[in-house]
Design a protein around this ligand. Structure first.
Ligand SMILES: *[C@@H]1O[C@H](CO)[C@@H](O)[C@H](O)[C@H]1NC(C)=O
Length: 151
Protein backbone atom coordinates (compact mmCIF):
# COMPACT_ATOMS: atom_id res chain seq x y z
CA UNK A 1 0.00 0.00 0.00
CA UNK A 2 2.84 2.35 0.82
CA UNK A 3 4.19 2.00 -2.70
CA UNK A 4 0.85 3.13 -4.15
CA UNK A 5 0.85 6.29 -2.09
CA UNK A 6 4.42 7.06 -3.00
CA UNK A 7 3.54 6.81 -6.69
CA UNK A 8 0.57 9.07 -6.08
CA UNK A 9 2.74 11.51 -4.18
CA UNK A 10 5.23 11.72 -7.01
CA UNK A 11 2.34 12.37 -9.36
CA UNK A 12 1.16 15.10 -6.97
CA UNK A 13 4.46 16.91 -7.11
CA UNK A 14 4.73 16.58 -10.87
CA UNK A 15 1.24 17.89 -11.55
CA UNK A 16 0.73 20.43 -8.80
CA UNK A 17 0.61 23.33 -11.21
CA UNK A 18 -2.33 22.07 -13.20
CA UNK A 19 -4.01 20.01 -10.50
CA UNK A 20 -7.67 19.41 -11.18
CA UNK A 21 -9.58 17.90 -8.27
CA UNK A 22 -11.94 16.13 -10.62
CA UNK A 23 -9.20 14.59 -12.71
CA UNK A 24 -9.50 10.84 -12.48
CA UNK A 25 -5.97 10.21 -13.70
CA UNK A 26 -4.93 10.61 -10.06
CA UNK A 27 -6.90 7.61 -8.99
CA UNK A 28 -6.49 5.42 -12.01
CA UNK A 29 -3.05 4.36 -10.82
CA UNK A 30 -4.56 2.95 -7.64
CA UNK A 31 -7.62 1.56 -9.37
CA UNK A 32 -5.48 -0.28 -11.89
CA UNK A 33 -4.11 -2.42 -9.05
CA UNK A 34 -7.50 -3.08 -7.54
CA UNK A 35 -9.13 -6.51 -7.80
CA UNK A 36 -12.72 -5.40 -8.37
CA UNK A 37 -14.14 -8.89 -7.80
CA UNK A 38 -13.34 -8.66 -4.07
CA UNK A 39 -15.61 -5.63 -3.79
CA UNK A 40 -19.37 -5.81 -3.32
CA UNK A 41 -21.31 -6.42 -6.53
CA UNK A 42 -23.74 -3.59 -7.26
CA UNK A 43 -24.20 -3.50 -11.04
CA UNK A 44 -24.04 -0.23 -12.95
CA UNK A 45 -24.78 0.42 -16.58
CA UNK A 46 -22.08 2.32 -18.44
CA UNK A 47 -22.69 4.82 -21.22
CA UNK A 48 -21.14 2.17 -23.48
CA UNK A 49 -24.19 0.02 -22.57
CA UNK A 50 -22.00 -2.55 -20.84
CA UNK A 51 -23.06 -3.74 -17.39
CA UNK A 52 -20.25 -3.39 -14.86
CA UNK A 53 -20.13 -5.42 -11.66
CA UNK A 54 -19.58 -2.42 -9.43
CA UNK A 55 -18.19 1.10 -9.10
CA UNK A 56 -14.67 -0.34 -9.12
CA UNK A 57 -15.14 -2.08 -12.49
CA UNK A 58 -16.85 0.93 -14.06
CA UNK A 59 -14.09 3.16 -12.70
CA UNK A 60 -11.46 0.95 -14.31
CA UNK A 61 -13.35 1.13 -17.60
CA UNK A 62 -13.40 4.91 -17.32
CA UNK A 63 -9.66 4.95 -16.64
CA UNK A 64 -9.08 3.03 -19.87
CA UNK A 65 -11.58 5.05 -21.91
CA UNK A 66 -12.50 8.46 -20.49
CA UNK A 67 -15.70 8.57 -22.54
CA UNK A 68 -17.19 5.76 -20.41
CA UNK A 69 -19.41 7.17 -17.68
CA UNK A 70 -22.29 5.79 -15.63
CA UNK A 71 -25.61 5.80 -17.46
CA UNK A 72 -27.55 4.53 -14.47
CA UNK A 73 -27.51 2.22 -11.47
CA UNK A 74 -28.41 -1.41 -12.10
CA UNK A 75 -27.71 -3.57 -15.12
CA UNK A 76 -28.14 -2.32 -18.67
CA UNK A 77 -31.15 -3.44 -20.63
CA UNK A 78 -33.66 -3.21 -17.79
CA UNK A 79 -35.99 -1.37 -20.14
CA UNK A 80 -35.43 2.06 -18.68
CA UNK A 81 -32.29 2.99 -20.56
CA UNK A 82 -33.92 5.06 -23.28
CA UNK A 83 -35.96 7.14 -20.87
CA UNK A 84 -33.03 8.27 -18.71
CA UNK A 85 -32.24 11.95 -18.79
CA UNK A 86 -28.70 13.16 -19.47
CA UNK A 87 -28.65 14.73 -15.98
CA UNK A 88 -28.60 11.25 -14.46
CA UNK A 89 -25.30 10.37 -16.07
CA UNK A 90 -22.55 10.27 -13.47
CA UNK A 91 -19.14 11.26 -14.78
CA UNK A 92 -16.52 8.54 -14.51
CA UNK A 93 -14.13 10.73 -12.55
CA UNK A 94 -16.77 11.14 -9.83
CA UNK A 95 -17.13 7.36 -9.63
CA UNK A 96 -13.42 6.91 -9.38
CA UNK A 97 -13.23 9.42 -6.54
CA UNK A 98 -16.24 7.78 -4.86
CA UNK A 99 -14.48 4.46 -5.00
CA UNK A 100 -11.27 5.95 -3.72
CA UNK A 101 -13.17 7.42 -0.76
CA UNK A 102 -14.57 4.01 0.12
CA UNK A 103 -11.08 2.51 -0.02
CA UNK A 104 -9.60 5.35 2.05
CA UNK A 105 -12.38 4.99 4.59
CA UNK A 106 -11.53 1.36 5.12
CA UNK A 107 -7.76 1.49 4.90
CA UNK A 108 -6.95 4.79 6.53
CA UNK A 109 -3.90 6.89 5.83
CA UNK A 110 -0.29 5.80 5.77
CA UNK A 111 1.44 7.77 8.53
CA UNK A 112 4.71 7.66 6.60
CA UNK A 113 3.60 10.29 4.11
CA UNK A 114 4.53 13.75 5.22
CA UNK A 115 4.20 15.93 2.15
CA UNK A 116 1.95 18.76 3.34
CA UNK A 117 -0.81 20.06 1.10
CA UNK A 118 -2.32 23.53 1.33
CA UNK A 119 -5.97 23.29 0.33
CA UNK A 120 -8.09 25.97 -1.32
CA UNK A 121 -10.01 26.04 2.00
CA UNK A 122 -6.87 27.50 3.61
CA UNK A 123 -6.29 24.35 5.68
CA UNK A 124 -2.89 22.65 5.72
CA UNK A 125 -3.27 18.90 5.33
CA UNK A 126 -0.49 16.78 6.82
CA UNK A 127 -0.24 14.59 3.72
CA UNK A 128 -1.89 13.82 0.43
CA UNK A 129 -3.99 11.08 1.98
CA UNK A 130 -5.50 13.41 4.60
CA UNK A 131 -6.21 15.91 1.85
CA UNK A 132 -7.96 13.24 -0.23
CA UNK A 133 -10.06 12.24 2.78
CA UNK A 134 -11.18 15.84 3.22
CA UNK A 135 -12.03 16.00 -0.47
CA UNK A 136 -14.33 13.01 -0.05
CA UNK A 137 -16.48 15.30 2.11
CA UNK A 138 -15.91 18.51 0.16
CA UNK A 139 -15.78 17.85 -3.55
CA UNK A 140 -14.97 21.47 -4.38
CA UNK A 141 -11.70 21.29 -2.42
CA UNK A 142 -8.54 21.55 -4.51
CA UNK A 143 -4.82 21.96 -4.01
CA UNK A 144 -3.88 25.60 -3.56
CA UNK A 145 -0.19 24.72 -3.37
CA UNK A 146 2.14 22.08 -2.03
CA UNK A 147 3.45 22.60 1.48
CA UNK A 148 2.18 24.53 4.49
CA UNK A 149 -0.40 27.25 3.81
CA UNK A 150 1.50 29.67 6.03
CA UNK A 151 4.87 28.97 4.40
C1 LIG B 1 -9.50 -11.45 -7.48
O1 LIG B 1 -10.26 -11.95 -6.41
C2 LIG B 1 -10.96 -13.16 -6.72
C3 LIG B 1 -11.86 -13.49 -5.55
O2 LIG B 1 -11.15 -13.51 -4.33
C4 LIG B 1 -9.96 -14.26 -7.04
O3 LIG B 1 -10.63 -15.44 -7.37
C5 LIG B 1 -9.09 -13.80 -8.22
O4 LIG B 1 -8.08 -14.75 -8.45
C6 LIG B 1 -8.46 -12.45 -7.93
N1 LIG B 1 -7.78 -11.98 -9.13
C7 LIG B 1 -6.55 -11.50 -9.09
C8 LIG B 1 -6.00 -11.01 -10.39
O5 LIG B 1 -5.90 -11.41 -8.06
Amino acid sequence: MRVHWMVLLCATVANAQNFNGGDSTWYCGILANENCSIHIAEPRCGTDLITYTNMCALGQAHCKDATVNQLHMGPCGDGGTTTRSPEQIVHGSELVLDFQCVVLGHRGCEPAMNEKICGTDGITYQNFCEYEKARCMHRDLHVAKLGDCSA
